[in-house]
Design a protein around this ligand. Structure first.
Ligand code: SF4
Length: 243
């Protein structure tokens, strides 16, 4: 019997295309939860944790979120991405994931890999994105080791993704890949231009950052089995929220 545990939800939107990582280009709905245990210097969703969006937080049950997803997306989707903030702070999300599965909807999750939840095992595509030095955050490697090993134990489909802004980040990304060489690895060009909302004004910058990353990764002998991606949705929508 489902409980009435409530989930702090910041945004529900879609369908749209996933702009990042292992499911890039996939048609999906987004559920963005509130709250994060990090405070990355370049966070593009700081409104989920810095207090600026607190009026928009709604405490919803799993059923209410699904109702809302259907109200917005109708019968046009079969995939939901849970993002944040850090959704891994919320043990009560397991019930939401189970309910989506019962309705034949698959579920992706994005989290930085600082906390474990048993419902990770039920996620169809899980992205762990440890944060590089430019974020100002420190990675808890033993926690990340534990999460990776638990996911491997049950053959969960997951990947690692690191955003790269500069040489130090690239070194960090290389370390992540060498520490977990068998986990599919994505390097993503960082977006340091968070104010611009006009994609056509941002594109030259984003292209330059993507090219820079490609040029760095191609000759790197430690980065062979990797994917190099831009943050696709910023090419189309800039930094607009809710798309
Ligand atoms: Fe923002 Fe993600 Fe960093 Fe949290 S972990 S502060 S949501 S970028």
């Amino acid at each position: 019997m489902p409980s009435n545990k409530r989930i702090p939800v910041m945004e529900i939107f879609g369908p749209t295309v996933q702009g990042e990582g292992m499911v890039i280009g996939r048609k999906t709905m987004f559920v963005r939860t509130a709250g994060c245990d990090y405070s990355c210097s370049w966070c593009d969703s700081a409104f989920t944790w810095d207090g600026s969006g607190k009026e928009d937080i709604r405490m919803l049950t799993a059923f209410e979120i699904i109702e809302k997803l259907k109200e917005i997306g109708g019968n046009t989707f079969e995939h939901v991405t849970i993002s944040g903030g850090n959704p891994a702070l919320l043990p009560q999300l397991g019930e939401f994931v189970d309910e989506l599965h019962k309705q034949n909807i698959s579920v992706a999750l994005e989290t930085q890999g600082s906390r474990w939840q048993d419902w990770f095992w039920s996620i169809d595509e899980l992205t762990l994105s440890p944060k590089p030095p430019s974020s100002g955050m420190k990675t808890d490697w033993s926690k990340l080791d534990e999460i990776v090993s638990k996911l491997n134990r049950k053959s969960t489909s997951f990947c690692l993704k690191t955003v790269v802004f500069d040489e130090d980040d690239l070194e960090y990304a290389t370390y992540v890949h060498l520490r977990y060489p068998m986990v599919p690895f994505y390097l993503q060009a960082g977006n340091g231009n968070l104010q611009e909302t006009e994609p056509q004004l941002m594109l030259p910058y984003l292209l330059e950052r993507y090219e820079w990353l490609i040029e760095k990764v191609m000759p790197n002998q430690d980065l062979k089995r990797v994917h190099v991606l831009p943050q696709l949705h910023t090419w189309v929508w800039g930094n607009k929220k809710g798309v």
